[in-house]
Design a protein around this ligand. Structure first.
Ligand code: G6P
Length: 614
């Protein structure tokens, strides 16, 4: 986590840095800071958000045609002003920003302290700025070489950018494990650096993504790239496809609301061009390439974190139902540390919105080392996971800025549906008739989502008004809607800070039922097709204990509507597609509750969208 930006060029850096940091605030918002170079090196930093930094810099000297900026999600050292980046070297001549973790910082720090270095912060990052200067002075090398040698002593993950008062025509950055993009302007000698492309797209669409263990040096207006082993590299230049409008709120009060309402389009985009309902053919190259492997698969492992893990659970149900292959869904963080059995015959699917989640990446690297085929389902184009997988499918949901994931989840489930059907097609495990029915129904989903957003929005606001002050909430679902219950509960706790738990509906009687009294709201997904009667019984059990039922039901249902305290109708669809629809009112419910509680919906406390630390 943490977001970094940098500018090198003929213009003043300040505005780009501030705007860029605001775009990257989703990566962490504990503190923010900038360094500007214009003869002298000026550093302004503050606990809190970028807006607080702007206030602190107000009236100060903000000139500088080279600059670096940082928005922090605290790992080492509490989120205060001293620990905010940039961090200076011993002499104060070098300023450095960092996203990641320096694992051996304590050892490096000890040696530097013995050599007389005095540290001001509790961060791992400050060690790097001191180390680079120590090497530069001792070895009598230039800044680039000093950075290279320093990085050879570092264990950990980083994206760093360095400015030095004594090298005003140089800007150096490096990457290992944390993302870094370099934007190349049409104007010669102008460069923009950032953790992702969102701060850059307004200025240029020509970029290069740095690879692990690469250092980029901009010196006298020219860019060169080399590895930390001193091997020169040619940059792979590409054009960005993001539009600027996708990064703006577009009239909505929050990004989260905008992203919820974008779902008819994002779901459509995630399936667009990937199947032809007429000819019953798939156009997913990744599936074609691995058809013979898929035919003979004995097992699929899905690894993910957070909301993406919930999508993975839906994926398990889908692939097992249609593809008839056993699927295991793993928390990436657990999977990587328990010496799992992985063979060359396995297909490991990673699901990640950001494509940067450190635990997911590490799990994949381990699986890849053991010979498994790695398939990625990611949203951010060019991010780390798609770059290390053998094959994959982007979700094409567009940039998701709200920290709580919404449209990325429904796009992931859509792509997983296509994947399950594609696998089924390759293995011949479903009939052509069934495939045709599924394609036809999938085609209707964007329209159904659009209608649902209109029909349930007001009701979600009214229910939110009633329950906004509850301390706890339960979510129940069965089958395909069990992961939806988990996701609904996660959404509520993430953005409203209400304690919420999701359970398989039938598990309620094995513990959670003890919590139910007249104050406990229970959100139940009780759609018509499968297990309907069973879920109705579960609702009765809650009602018998005076719990309050908020039911998600299929349009026209009068049975549950009669016993529930509140009900929200969703359009009828295939059982396996209900997660996409049932999730929508749960997103809106959480959103309105959080707004009514005065919470910062887009940037909930303590969270970050892109979790690049373990
Ligand atoms: C963070 C975010 C979640 C997200 C999870 C996994 O915790 O706050 O919204 O689901 O990371 O992220 P990924 O980018 O891998 O989907």
């Amino acid at each position: 986590m943490c977001g970094i930006v940098a500018y090198y060029g003929p213009d003043q850096a300040y505005d780009f840095l501030i705007k860029g940091l605001q775009r990257l605030e989703y990566r962490g918002y504990d503190s923010a800071g900038i360094a500007l170079l214009d003869g002298e090196l000026k550093v302004y930093k503050n606990k809190g958000k970028v807006a607080d930094l702007q206030e602190a810099a107000n009236g100060k000297n903000i000139s500088g045609t080279r600059g670096i900026g940082h928005t922090r999600w605290a790992t080492h050292g509490e989120p205060n002003t001293v620990n905010a980046h940039p961090h200076l070297s011993q002499s104060g001549d070098i300023a450095l920003i960092h996203n990641g973790i320096i694992e051996n910082y304590a050892t490096l720090k000890k040696v530097l302290v013995e050599r007389g270095h005095i540290f001001k912060s509790d961060t791992d990052t400050e060690v790097l700025s001191h180390l680079i200067e120590e090497i530069k002075d001792n070895e009598q090398v230039d800044l680039l070489e000093a950075v290279r040698l320093a990085l050879n002593e570092v264990i950990g993950a980083y994206a760093i950018v360095i400015l030095s008062k004594n090298d005003p025509n140089t800007l150096i950055a490096a990457r290992n494990g944390s993302p870094l993009v370099v934007g190349i302007s049409d104007r010669k000698g102008e460069f923009y650096l950032a953790s992702d492309a969102t701060p850059i797209v307004e200025y240029t669409k020509t970029v290069t993504y740095l690879n692990d263990n690469e250092i980029v040096a901009i010196h006298n207006g020219e860019m060169t790239i080399k590895t930390i082993d001193n091997v020169k590299k040619s940059p792979f230049i590409q054009e960005l496809e993001i539009s600027l409008e996708a990064l703006e709120k577009g009239g909505y009060e929050h990004f989260m609301l905008k992203e919820i309402f974008e779902q008819p389009k994002s779901i459509y985009d995630s399936m667009r061009g990937r199947f032809d309902p007429q000819s019953l053919t798939f156009a997913m190259r990744s599936l074609e390439e691995y058809a013979s492997k898929i035919k003979n698969l004995d097992r699929i492992i899905i690894v993910a974190c957070g909301t993406s893990w919930h999508a993975g659970l839906v994926g398990e149900y889908l692939i097992e139902e249609f593809g008839r292959i056993p699927v295991e869904v793993e928390y990436a963080s657990e999977f990587r540390y328990r010496n799992p059995i992985i063979t060359e015959d396995d297909l490991v699917i990673a699901i990640s919105q950001s494509g940067e989640t450190a635990d997911t990446l590490a799990a994949l690297e381990m699986a890849k080392e053991k010979g498994a085929t790695i398939y990625g389902i990611c949203n951010v184009v060019g991010s780390s996971i798609p770059r290390m997988t053998h094959a994959g499918a982007y979700t094409h949901a567009g940039p998701e800025i709200g920290v709580a994931s919404t449209k990325a989840f429904t796009a992931q489930v859509t792509v997983l549906t296509l994947l399950a059907l594609g696998i089924a097609d390759i293995r011949g495990s479903v009939s052509r008739k069934r495939l045709r029915e599924m394609f036809a129904e999938l085609n209707t989903i964007p329209k159904k989502v659009e209608e649902l957003l209109q029909s349930c929005n007001q009701k979600c606001q009214e229910i939110a008004e009633i329950y906004k002050d509850v301390p706890n909430c339960l979510y129940l679902g069965r089958g395909y809607n069990f992961p939806v219950a988990l996701e609904g509960a996660l959404k509520l706790k993430e953005i409203s800070y209400i304690h919420a738990e999701g359970y398989p509906a039938a598990e309620m009687k094995h513990g959670p039922i003890a919590l139910i009294d007249e104050n406990m709201p229970v959100v139940v997904i009780a759609t018509k097709r499968n297990y309907y009667e069973k879920v109705v019984s579960n609702i009765q059990e809650v009602k018998a204990r005076k719990g309050k039922i908020i039911a998600i039901v299929t349009e026209g249902d009068d049975k549950v509507a009669e016993i529930a305290d509140h009900f929200i109708e969703i359009p009828d669809t295939e059982d396996c597609l209900t997660p996409i629809l049932a999730t929508i009112p749960l997103q809106l419910l959480s959103y309105y509750i959080a707004v009514l509680r005065g919470c910062n919906v887009d940037q909930p406390r303590n969270l970050a969208k892109s979790v690049t630390v373990e």
